[in-house]
Design a protein around this ligand. Structure first.
Ligand SMILES: Cc1cc2nc3c(=O)[nH]c(=O)nc-3n(C[C@H](O)[C@H](O)[C@H](O)COP(=O)(O)O)c2cc1C
Length: 223
């Protein structure tokens, strides 16, 4: 058996043991203008549920002026489609053992809507309430090399300041190669037609399971 197969074989066995025992609370926190990151968040929700976690999908507040949204039919439709998705609060962050962020690239960085929300977490951070949470991030961009990895890493920079434990997918499962092989987190290219160019559904679900699993290990280790 090759090293890679041995590695994946061992990982998968532990995955199954842990997945059956999960009592983790997972918050999937996203921003999306035209639906891509909402879809990634929904797939992460499915993966988290399959791992036995209690899952909340939460959007960060919109900051763009009404006129900007009105001028873009896809944006307007997405805002309408997700009007019932709850907005994230600081209580949700405190509640969660595991957090997955999903955010589009804006000039190689996270969208300002997400950054604005993150910048409200200073009080929780000061009280040490964001430390030791298992976190990971997902992203999208119009171009394959348009900043998907950089955007995920921009979120991880903040996570290190929180003292969170970054549970990136790495190459811990062969399915990750089929979805573009971004070891930092699931990411996808969005065409001019708004459609995803790569099939990342399984990668997003897998990332959620892995983040839940790492949160489970942290919880057990802390007892
Ligand atoms: C202000 C702005 C900046 C953007 N910057 C980039 C960029 O640097 N690289 C890129 O490939 N796409 C860029 N995009 C495209 C978005 O990343 C893309 O529309 C987004 O990933 C779609 O996600 P959503 O459907 O969840 O909104 C930008 C879009 C906007 C509006």
């Amino acid at each position: 058996m090759s090293f890679i197969k041995k590695l994946f074989g061992q990982t998968n066995k532990k995955d199954e043991e842990s997945i059956n025992m999960s009592n983790v609370k997972l918050a999937v926190i996203y921003y999306s203008s035209t639906g891509t990151n909402y879809q990634l968040a929904k797939w992460a929700e499915e993966g988290g549920n399959a791992a036995g976690a209690e899952v909340k999908v939460l959007k960060v507040p919109e900051l763009a002026p009404e006129a900007a949204i009105e001028s873009n039919p896809a944006w307007k439709a997405h805002v309408e489609e997700t009007k019932d998705v709850p907005e994230v609060t600081l209580d949700d962050l405190e509640w969660a053992d595991a957090i997955i962020f999903s955010v589009p690239t804006r000039f190689g960085n996270m969208a300002a809507q997400m950054k604005q929300f993150i910048d409200t977490t200073g009080g929780l951070w000061f009280e040490g309430k964001l430390a030791n949470k298992a976190v990971s991030a997902m992203s999208s961009a119009s171009n394959a090399h348009g900043g998907q990895e950089a955007t995920i890493l921009s979120l991880y920079t903040t996570m290190y300041h929180w003292g969170a434990i970054v549970a990136s997918p790495g190459y811990t499962d062969p399915l990750l190669f089929a979805s573009g092989g971004n070891p930092y987190g699931t990411s996808v290219t969005v065409g001019q037609d708004g459609k995803m160019q790569e099939n990342v559904e399984e990668a997003a679900k897998y990332q959620a399971k892995r983040t839940v699993q790492v949160a489970e290990w942290i919880k057990k280790g802390n007892q």
